[in-house]
Ligand binder design. Sequence first.
Ligand SMILES: [Zn+2]
Length: 179
Amino acid sequence: MSAPAKSVLNESKQIERAAMLIEMGARMQVLESETTLSYERLIRLYKEIAGKSPSKGQLPFSTDWFLTWQENIHSSLFLNIYEYLSKGVSLDSVELLTKAYRLYNEQVAAAQIEPLLSFTRAWRLVKFVDAGMLTRTKCSQCGGQFVTELYENRHYTCGLCNPPARAGKSKSAGALTLH
Ligand SMILES: [Zn+2]
């Protein structure tokens, strides 16, 4: 195949990838990181597909969000799905992420829980895990795998086995409640 034909093919693949990410609700940060298209190109594509300008501002570069109670349970659910899928069929990183995110949404919808984890957050979570800033630790009580910092101790108990005092008191629909 000649070089120009190759680059056209590659570009259409990049556009397809960007479109898929925009449809999942990804923010510009994700698009810039996961495709080779220029910023201007991505903005135009975003407006075309989402029908609005992308929201400005970056996500805070902090692992805290993933470690707070309800957010941690959602993050752990997603990461378990992601890790499970990554061991099976070989998918590229974006395919893996979108597939895992769809499954996460299906699971929370089935449990009638509001999905707390946005696609961009899910992407960020995987980045933190890849960078060795977050990992999964087995709960010493229920045996489930939960998102934690790297050096959690052996007697770690998860947010479901050991919920904070305020947990489960939220009256908002779709919040996690404990039985
Ligand atoms: Zn537990």
